[in-house]
Design a protein around this ligand. Structure first.
Ligand SMILES: Cc1cc2nc3c(=O)[nH]c(=O)nc-3n(C[C@H](O)[C@H](O)[C@H](O)COP(=O)(O)OP(=O)(O)OC[C@H]3O[C@@H](n4cnc5c(N)ncnc54)[C@H](O)[C@@H]3O)c2cc1C
Ligand code: FES
Length: 422
């Protein structure tokens, strides 16, 4: 009996001891597990902090590469792309690396043209993906308009074509602009280019291909005929080599020698009917740049095709064109005032503004009111004019600083009766 009790007691002791061991092992495991969890979360936190610091340092470094005002660039290369169209490669004169830009943005130039009292300011979109060593712009020579054939041809574009060669120095402001590819998303995009309006879209396409994330892009490029095509062979090669890039070239006025299917895809203009025929749906982000008439028609038709407004992005080469696009395909503004009085006090002119006229600068020019201008894109500040009374609305966000009591007439339209010191 005593022996049995002793055995049971021994067993109990062993059991208790075993249980204690199990508990101790469990506690040690839990502690090790907790320590490991803490270590991992500390590692994760450290990793996150390091990534954030690296990102901040990279952003700081990039920000330090940008500049304010004008910086000297040297033209390193000039290439004829088509009749009256040439590309200019620009390298920074101080050879410091370039800050990246958003594909679609533009540069503002200040040209000192011999024989001209004042520098000439013009904007040109960067026509290639961001590159650490150079920017590329692609410029069309602008001839005199058909209704004024004796007028001088475009000053800035002619200067670039005729006078600027490799080795030439030009003054350039840092890239800017609100028309750029949103690369925080991989949503499929449609790019519609008309004529020289190809340039910012080319930058977007090249950047997308370079990033190699496989984002789907459908590009529609409209010109009258083959001799107007710019870098179309490059685009055709991308179409051949990349599954995610589809190109449709439309010729609106091809000569008989050009064959559909071989030289171009579509006979006619780029229209929303063409998009409806060739795209699987309207579920895309749309980026458009071209002549204002083409853009206003396409924008109106995309609206009719139920494409949400926030998915349609466009750029017009000049604020007047922006206003024409905003005014709509039929020339009638969809919203906002239809008619307002603008008084140019110093010129003693009281005029009527309508949306079809364009900006306040356009109204002034039509009526021989002298207002100096440069970029016509709200970026250089040349057209700044004092406002005596009234308010303006901006067609795009001003890039130049606007002091209170003044306005940038090249991108402004009146909001109410306006009196200007001009
Ligand atoms: C954001 C932005 C990006 C741009 N990107 C590009 C681009 O990538 N590529 C590109 O090629 N362009 C681009 N442009 C357009 C460019 O900035 C210029 O507007 C274009 O080159 C014409 O400028 P210009 O100095 O040659 O012509 P201007 O001298 O401004 O002349 C314009 C027109 O007026 C006519 N004219 C001049 N004087 C008279 C007169 N007395 N009577 C009647 N007519 C007259 C000229 O013959 C010409 O047809 C862009 C514009 C903006 C705003
Ligand atoms: S002309 Fe450059 S800001 Fe108006």
């Amino acid at each position: 009996m005593i022996l049995l009790a002793q055995t049971v007691g021994g067993l109990l002791v062993i059991l208790v001891a075993a249980q204690a061991v199990v508990m101790a092992v469990g506690a040690a495991r839990r502690m090790a597990h907790e320590q490991e969890r803490r270590r991992l979360s500390i590692d994760l936190l450290t990793q996150k902090v390091e990534t954030a610091m690296a990102q901040r340092a990279a952003a700081h470094e990039m920000a330090s590469l940008t500049w304010t005002g004008y910086r000297k660039f040297e033209v390193s290369q000039k290439e004829v792309e088509a009749d009256g169209v040439a590309s200019f490669y620009l390298v920074p004169h101080n050879q410091r690396p370039l800050p990246p830009f958003k594909p679609g943005q533009y540069l503002t130039f200040r040209f000192d043209i011999p024989g001209r009292a004042k520098p000439l300011i013009r904007c040109y979109s960067v026509s290639d993906a961001p590159h650490a060593e150079h920017y590329r712009i692609t410029v069309k020579r602008i001839p005199a308009p058909p209704d004024a054939p004796d007028a001088p041809s475009g000053l800035g574009s002619s200067y670039l074509h005729d006078m600027v060669a490799p080795g030439h120095l030009v003054d350039v402001m840092a890239p800017t602009g609100h028309f750029f590819l949103d690369n925080t998303t991989d949503r499929p995009a449609v790019m519609i280019a008309g004529g020289i309006g190809l340039t910012p879209l080319l930058s977007m396409v090249n950047a997308t291909i370079q990033e190699a994330r496989g984002r789907e892009i459908h590009m529609y490029y409209g010109v009258r005929h083959q001799s107007e095509e710019v870098m179309a062979d490059h685009l055709r090669a991308l179409d051949q080599e990349h599954q995610n890039f589809r190109l449709t070239i439309a010729h609106s006025d091809p000569p008989e020698t050009e064959k559909q299917g071989t030289d171009y895809h579509h006979h006619g203009r780029v229209t929303v009917d063409l998009l409806r025929e060739t795209l699987p749906s309207n579920n895309f982000d749309f980026y458009i740049c071209g002549p204002s008439a083409m853009m206003s028609q396409i924008i109106a038709d995309l609206r009719e095709w139920d494409v949400p407004e926030e998915r349609v992005h466009f750029e017009a080469f000049g604020a007047a064109s922006v206003q024409q696009v905003v005014a709509g395909a039929d020339g009638a503004a969809s919203e906002g005032p239809k008619e307002l009085s603008v008084v140019f006090e110093r010129s003693k002119k009281s005029l009527t503004w309508t949306p079809q006229i364009g900006t306040i600068l356009d109204l002034a020019e039509r009526n021989n009111v002298a207002i100096d201008y440069g970029c016509r894109a709200g970026n250089c500040g040349t057209c700044i004019t004092a406002v005596r009374s009234g308010e303006v609305t901006y067609l795009s966000e001003p890039g130049a600083e606007v002091e209170s009591g003044t306005c940038l007439t090249c991108i402004a339209i009146p909001k109410a009766t306006l009196v200007l010191d001009a």
